[in-house]
Design a protein around this ligand. Sequence first.
Ligand SMILES: O=C(O)CCCC[C@@H]1SC[C@@H]2NC(=O)N[C@@H]21
Length: 215
Amino acid sequence: METTSSSKSNSNNSSSAVLAPISDSGQSGATYWIRGIVFTALFAALFIAFGYISIPLGFTTVPITLQTFAIMLAGGLLGARFGFWSIAIVVILTAFGLPLLHGNGGLGVIFGATGGYIWMFPLSALFIGLASDRIFARTNKLNRSQYVMLFLSLVLFSVILAYVGGVPWLAYKANYSFAKAMVNGCYPFLFGDMVKAIAATFLIATLRPLLPKLR
Ligand SMILES: O=C(O)CCCC[C@@H]1SC[C@@H]2NC(=O)N[C@@H]21
């Protein structure tokens, strides 16, 4: 993805520039990393903030939450590398005890009833990032089929992947049958998750071309 400055013309062929790779988008290696780290921190903060926007349903320990929306935006806007780390860093720090997931932290959260969803969150951001990197590698303005591809990747890698981890773990922790775990950990959330995926598709398609390239 990155070429050294020796492959670029004019001012980039000084010895100091050789130490600072130039990305495809023309930014120096230092600029790329500083931007990447700043955006990673911003989306980590967004993920933490959206964890507080949660609606308990009463009949289940799994809340409606905007965490998945933040994950879609992190992967879709930052791409695979920084999208993954923006979510992974929060999960890792939570595991070490920082109260970053709706004010709670520690292994009790990571291995609690909703732990299966939480483990999937960084992977969701990673796979969404890989998909959106591919889609936006070809164009900045999505056509209809690229919109559909982006939406489907959000559904597959955020919504479905969350349930692949979350539902069996919920069944194990709460001693539910798989069918009961689906009732408590999947069906009530599907409509809201689809709405988040639709909103995220349009936000990503609109905002990603305005952001500096982070790949
Ligand atoms: O305890 C946590 O921090 C994780 C909560 C997980 C909530 C899941 S994610 C998929 C589904 N969609 C929602 O809005 N809530 C559940």
